[in-house]
Design a protein around this ligand. Structure first.
Ligand code: ADP
Ligand code: MG
Length: 581
């Protein structure tokens, strides 16, 4: 019920509009017999043509109002219920994407299909019914009863008896109906499951001549569904007519009473009978609606089960447990307003805890590529998965919390060094700040400043060198304890020794962090677990340093220009004298 209400709430305006038109229609229906009785009692009996025409005109106007109400409530009801059905299906679909195979196995794919199709349809029909007739039935029933009692109070005992009997019948109907409809949906699951299994294994079935066995399975499933359907419908078939019978008996009783003690006015008797017919209609409707409600409830519980399924990645603290596995699956990206794509068909995988080096000339798309991971931009085509989940389906806050970026151009603000670092984590303790600064090799120069962590930085950190800014930027990213760390060419201003120390510190201290390490320098990326070599937005090679050196011409070219002949004495290891720039 909560589920349905939550969807209705989103369309409350349209929902209430439908109910408003429905009330209009109901009021019109309720007014007609009364005016009819006025025509008979005040017009026909008094032979007053003027009165007859007057009441007739009023009835016509009321009928027109009722018709308008009926048309409008149908339009609104259909629109709203279809919309809700669509949203519910989409939500289930999205939810399923966040689930692991483990979750899906537990729910069973065939059952998920039934829930997306049939169960949502049941709910949709109920919501539609609510807006079209739900309110009308009880209101008509109540209104008609009040009008009968008001105009002929003598009928009260009879009406009470009718209501008590009908109440029992409706309650019985619901009690017996609910479990049967629930069973019907389950049998439908089973039928879907058998069909699905058969279709996916049809070649095997034919090859092994197992048709008969499969047919038997299908027959059983189909028969099971039919039996459950018959049983559920039987409940409806028994109770519906019983309610009709009760009310019809009431009408007979009313006519009978009127023969014994003739009513003062024929018109009033007519109105009473008319209202009894309306009560009959409404009670029948109520039982019909309750049946539909029972079906919808059974279905909504099944939909809720899917929506409430906890993704297996959620740990026992209720947090998303991400290991940091990243997959680029045929990702292309074109900047808005740009003709040429910045990235084309990028596919690679970074295992959790790995350091992936990304190398390529300026403009090759390195920054663009890593910016897609925290969704600073969304891929134009293809998809990016983190631990098997499409990042577009991960809550943005969760996603951004997982990832820390040290950008190409270090961004620092006016304030103390500690303030700047705390930007990574506002509540960070001083020890954490110091530790992050140590790993980033920033602790040393911070200690040399007069006020240490309380040193004020000028605008954009003007009183720091490029390398110092970069180290602060790395420390800030580390302070967030990310699962995925993106270093976008942010060691470019460091000397080789310091850079090596920073990278070694990362590898030593942050073993379970996936690192995307961008650089234009081969010496920076060559120690990474694997290296992605980019050129013009396309992958030229992906593998270890040795593999690329052996098989990737673009990588070889970069290597030869930087380290090959003439650069031999400047290899990466931070040997004395081996200094870049
Ligand atoms: P790299 O980081 O390897 O130097 P980039 O990812 O920054 O490369 O750029 C890749 C390509 O995308 C370049 O051709 C660049 O001109 C273009 N580009 C980068 N940023 C934008 C942007 N915001 N709008 C339009 N084009 C951009
Ligand atoms: Mg860049």
């Amino acid at each position: 019920m909560k589920l349905m209400l939550s969807y209705i709430r989103r369309h409350i305006g349209k929902f209430l509009t439908a109910l408003l038109f429905l009330s209009m229609e109901t009021a019109a229906d309720l007014l007609q017999p009364t005016y009819m009785s006025f025509i008979v009692d005040n017009g026909v009996k008094a032979k007053d043509t003027g009165k007859i025409l007057e009441y007739g005109a009023i009835m016509l106007a009321i009928a027109a109002m009722g018709a308008l109400g009926a048309v409008m409530r149908n339009i609104y009801a259909t629109k709203t219920s279809q919309q809700i059905g669509k949203e519910m299906r989409l939500d289930i679909y999205k939810k399923i994407q966040t689930l692991s195979f483990e979750n899906i196995d537990r729910l069973q794919p065939s059952s998920i299909i039934t829930r997306i199709t049939n169960d949502v349809t049941q709910i949709q029909m109920f919501i539609n019914g609510t807006m079209r007739i739900m309110l009308k039935a009880p209101v008509t029933c109540l209104g008609a009863l009040i009008l009968i009692i008001w105009r002929t109070p003598g009928l009260i005992p009879m009406i009470v008896v009718i209501l008590i009997i009908s109440g029992f019948l409706i309650a019985g109907n619901m009690r017996l109906g609910y479990p049967r409809f629930h069973r019907m949906q389950k049998r439908l699951d089973r039928l879907n499951q058998v069909s699905r299994e058969f279709l996916s294994a049809i070649r095997v079935v034919k090859a092994f001549r197992a048709e008969e066995e499969e047919e038997e399975k299908f027959r059983q499933a189909a028969e099971g569904l039919a039996a459950a359907g018959v049983s559920a419908m039987r409940v409806m078939a028994v109770f519906g007519p019983l309610i009709n019978l009760t009310v019809n008996a009431g009408i007979v009783a009313l006519l009978w009473i009127s023969t014994i003690q003739p009513p003062a006015e024929i018109g009033r008797l007519m109105a009473s009978i008319n209202y009894m017919t309306q009560v009959l209609f409404a009670l029948g409707m109520v039982s019909h609606i309750l049946n539909s409600a029972v079906r919808a409830l059974a279905s909504s519980r099944r939909v809720e089960e899917v929506l409430q399924e906890e993704p297996a990645q959620i740990n026992h603290h209720g947090e998303l447990e991400i290991r940091g596995n990243i997959v680029f699956d045929n990702v292309s990206f074109t900047y808005a307003g740009s003709a040429a794509p910045a990235l084309e068909n990028i596919s690679f995988q970074a295992h959790a805890g790995e350091t992936i080096g990304i190398i390529g000339p300026t403009g090759s798309g390195k920054s663009t590529l890593v910016n897609l991971v925290p969704r600073f931009y969304d891929a134009t085509s293809g998809r990016i998965l983190i631990d098997g989940m499409d990042i577009r389906l991960i809550d943005m806050n969760i996603l951004r919390k997982l990832i820390a970026v040290a950008p190409q151009k270090a961004l620092l603000f006016t304030g103390t060094i500690a303030d700047n670092l705390r930007w990574g984590d506002e509540e960070a303790a001083m020890e954490d700040i110091q530790r992050a600064a140590e790993i980033a090799c920033a602790a040393e120069f911070i200690a040399e400043t007069e006020y240490g962590y309380d040193t004020l930085l000028g605008q954009e950190g003007v009183n720091l060198s490029g390398g110092q800014k970069q180290r602060l930027s790395i420390a800030r990213a580390l302070l967030r304890k990310p699962k995925i760390l993106i270093l976008d060419d942010c060691t470019s201003a460091l000397d080789a020794t310091t850079e090596a120390n920073v990278l070694q510190g990362l590898q030593r201290e942050m073993t379970d962090m996936t690192v995307l390490l961008i650089s234009q320098r081969i010496s920076t990326v060559m120690k990474a677990d694997r290296i992605l070599c980019l050129e013009d937005g396309k992958v030229q090679g992906f593998g270890t340093h040795e593999e690329l050196l052996a098989g990737c011409s673009a990588y070889q070219a970069i290597y030869n220009s930087q380290i090959g002949q003439g650069w031999k004495d400047r290899t990466y290891a931070g040997k004395a004298g081996a200094v870049y720039e």
